[in-house]
Design a protein around this ligand. Sequence first.
Ligand code: NAP
Length: 301
Amino acid sequence: MPASPLALPDLAGRTILVTGANAGIGYWCAEILAAHGARVLLGCRSAERAEVAVSSIRAHASGADLHIVPMDLGSLASIAAAGASLDERIDAVICNAGVKAADRDARTADGLDLMIGTNVVGHFALLAQLEHLLADDARVVAVGSLAHRFAEIDPATLSAPWSGPSLRQYGRSKAALMAFAFELARRWRGTARSALCAHPGYAVDPLTPRRPGLADVSSVARALAAPSRLVVQGKDAGAAPIVHAAVAADATGGDYWGPGGLLEFRGAPARVAASAQVRSVDVGTELWSVLEHLSGTRLAT
Ligand SMILES: NC(=O)c1ccc[n+]([C@@H]2O[C@H](COP(=O)([O-])OP(=O)(O)OC[C@H]3O[C@@H](n4cnc5c(N)ncnc54)[C@H](OP(=O)(O)O)[C@@H]3O)[C@@H](O)[C@H]2O)c1
């Protein structure tokens, strides 16, 4: 029985890597995709949390074809090791792993700002490591955020120390990830490969179906949160636009998918608008060079 009511194609024979698949929206992407027949590679930094996710997916998607790929998106060495450990065709990559940090001094293993280093540079490096494994018609989905609209990105100062609210810096990291994906979409024009962005709206754990061991939320907290369902949604529903971007026939390169309801907080997958800045050719071109420099990797594209 599929874990979601989404009308998705049969995904048997397709292999999809989901980063940050052990929790939240990434978990739900993995469960939904596995339930529809995909082989799912779970990119996770904690073996223990990944095993909990695998057990949970197997309990809800019988016959699920799952493989854990150890990876810490905040470590270029770990990403290189993850790439080297893989030797199979990959049909889609969902760049979901994300961190929201309040601490300005928080750094990745390579000394980069934690949010920029993990959310953007880590995914650029991962795709560079996996490029030779991508199918001729592969899709890459960058998980963006409504927060991208309130953030300015200047590629030249991407890795500079930041001030102001941490939410703005988080928005910068998401905007940069989206600008990278839209640049990748432009570079892949004329090929069968596609790069897209998607966002989950406003997705919270108390409205998410129970999955023991994953984000356990008390019954009281669930009851208190229930009325908010009118405005926001669970992480299972938040996964829907992302899964749609990864596998639906009507999703194409350069698209941006999100919930189609009020303020894009909740609702069924729909095409939504991205800011002019993340779609800017100038920003995308400059950002690409900066990401090559910060990651020490190159995409041949
Ligand atoms: N929830 C929302 O309303 C919302 C809205 C807009 C965008 N988003 C985006 O959606 C994505 C998922 O959000 P979420 O709400 O599901 O968050 P979450 O519940 O906190 O899950 C984040 C996932 O990312 C993983 N992760 C973090 N840092 C990592 C690293 N260095 N290496 C590998 N994995 C790492 C986490 O693994 P660990 O368990 O090891 O920490 C976890 O699996 C994020 O990119 C977020 O920016 C969420």
